[in-house]
Design a protein around this ligand. Structure first.
Ligand code: COA
Length: 172
């Protein structure tokens, strides 16, 4: 039985350990800590997967902006997400993405971007961001920077470039 729920006080160390184990380093856990301290953190969108009282996965969505001319349009970025190695490939990551997208919609977000595995995210409706007129903030292979319209058509009138906040500079 796996429960997906928002992180609570006291989960932070376990979330650090999940990220360190999945990414084999601490860049991503430092990113999570930096975002948590920033005003772009959305507590409802930091989700953990729990089984038998143990946290085995984590996903974070936080606010970033689409710079469209002089206008900054808020959106959310999915980053990072991690499942401990012993529990990978059992559907936990998919549960986290699906629940996160639902909760992002509940929070009123209309679109989401992700930099990630091009084989993993399309099954949740992500497409190359470039096909929606959304550019990555730095040069990346086109297929790894993806966007999803949570509200269908919400990116139709938008052309712009994602701006990550300084917290993302912690990931080298
Ligand atoms: C990516 C990750 C979160 C997926 O979690 P998970 O619980 O294993 O995901 P699920 O079991 O729901 O789905 C597994 C799918 O992810 C794919 N996948 C996992 N790691 C992958 C990788 N490095 N590249 C491409 N696909 C990957 C598997 O092939 C599988 O695809 P399938 O469903 O088509 O067979 C997990 O593997 C992980 O923590 N990896 C290390 C950290 C990382 O890379 N995070 C994501 C950054 S974008």
């Amino acid at each position: 039985m796996i429960q997906i729920r928002a992180e609570r006080n006291g989960d932070q160390e376990a979330i650090r350990q999940i990220n360190d184990a999945a990414f084999k380093g601490d860049n991503e856990s430092r990113l999570v800590d930096a975002i948590r301290k920033s005003e772009l953190f959305v507590p409802e969108l930091s989700l953990v997967a729990e089984t038998d009282g143990e946290l085995i996965g984590h996903i974070l969505f936080s606010i970033v902006h689409i710079q469209s001319g002089d206008v900054e349009i808020p959106t959310v970025a999915l980053a990072p997400m991690a499942v401990v190695p012993e529990h990978q490939n059992k559907g936990v990551g998919s549960l986290l993405v699906e629940e996160g997208l639902k909760r992002a919609e509940d929070q009123g977000f209309k679109h989401v971007v992700v930099l990630g595995h091009p084989d993993f995210y399309p099954k949740f409706g992500f497409v190359r961001a470039s096909t929606k007129g959304i550019e990555a903030p730095f040069p990346v292979p086109d297929e790894v920077f993806m966007a999803k319209e949570i509200k269908v058509g919400s990116l139709h009138q938008i052309i712009g470039k994602i701006v990550y906040p300084p917290a993302f500079d912690t990931v080298s």
